[in-house]
Design a protein around this ligand. Sequence first.
Ligand code: AMP
Ligand code: MG
Length: 434
Amino acid sequence: MITIEEALERILAYVNVLPAEDKHPLEALGQVLDEDITASFDIPPLDNTSMDGYAVRAADTAGATESTPRELRVIGEVAAGYVYDGEVRSGDAVRIMTGAPIPRGADGVVPFEETDEPFDRAHSQTRGVAATVRIFKEAKPGANIRPAGQDVRAGDVVVQRGSALRPQEIGVIASVGRDRVRVIRRPIVAVLSTGDELLEPGEPRDGARIYDANAYSVAALVQRSGGVPKLLGIAKDTVEALTTKIHEGFDADMLVTSAGVSKGDYDIVKDVLAREGEVAFWTVAVKPGKPLAFGAFEKDGRRIPHIGLPGNPVSSMVAFELFGRPAILKMLGKTDYRRPIVRAIAEDRIENRGDPRVYLARCIVTERDGCYYARLTGEQGSGILTSMVRANALTLIPANVDIVEPGEEIDVMMIDWSRGEELGSYLADDTTGR
Ligand code: AMP
Ligand code: MG
């Protein structure tokens, strides 16, 4: 038996960062930048106003109050996107809109609210420019002016190579005028289910057979991890069927299969995988997810790593979480593969019965008064896929622990960071009687 960490390390040793591609920033959400994004100009490009109001010489407003206003001559108007081509001299004011460049000569902006320009006129479409404006409050030099380059200076690196693109990075990239970015390409992950019992969803039901759940949960996990799933469908439990399907996955960056790695049908999968590439069958010290196949195929000088997940639907999802997701993240150029782990107070008794494997029980983690609490989702059999539907976390009960009593602290791995409250309704008629 090998540990989770050991298995992961061995798998990652076979996985490489993929080459980069150029694409539109909006298509690159979540991908990792393979270049520094540099600004070639200041943002904002010019000193501009942060308020609607009047651009003035601050000195002209000295001592202004409601009872001792200063009256200025309105010489024009300027909106965002335009440059006022005159100059503000002593006694002048220019009506100015948020974002508009500060006219030459002006060094402060008085907001409409501090003038006699009525609010309704400031916001009407049909306003005219009055001949004069009365200023009710003194403006300090620089008042309401955003200096050029306040956000970004020409030459600045605004997003660094290696950053994963979130909406804010994409916005910053657009703000420097770029409509293409160089990012590590997304891995294509071929997903294959094996088993004579499997039916494709949409096919008519047949008593002894079950619908293929794994291809769908795993393909969705691939997608959520940032990869592009390529569904290969279902391979029957024959050497020919399995061989054909595996070949169809050779143009992908990784192949993920499910089932056929437990004792019963170990041999046929083992034979096929061994003949097509190198393969190891591992017993990983984790519950669920213990039997795992890992190997690699060689095609046209390219190496395609293969993860053989266990067949039970919970096991295959958990094993993908532990091993498939980090492999995808590495191919994507990411460097942190960990899920958040938090300390939580167990609300249920959790039995690991001294099992030498780490126990990843499905649980719901909620937060109350600054503490995290974990309760089990009920039946924990590795065939009970609905136990995943209720879960937002997995327990990390260390190997060899016998029993965790309610009230004890445990580590939990968040598989999604929803607060867990919305999962509560599932517990209303839960078999645990909570
Ligand atoms: P195996 O590893 O082939 O022995 O499969 C273990 C268990 O998982 C069996 O009960 C299978 O029927 C079930 N199983 C295998 N593949 C799938 C799948 N794609 N969807 C749902 N259940 C599956
Ligand atoms: Mg099978």
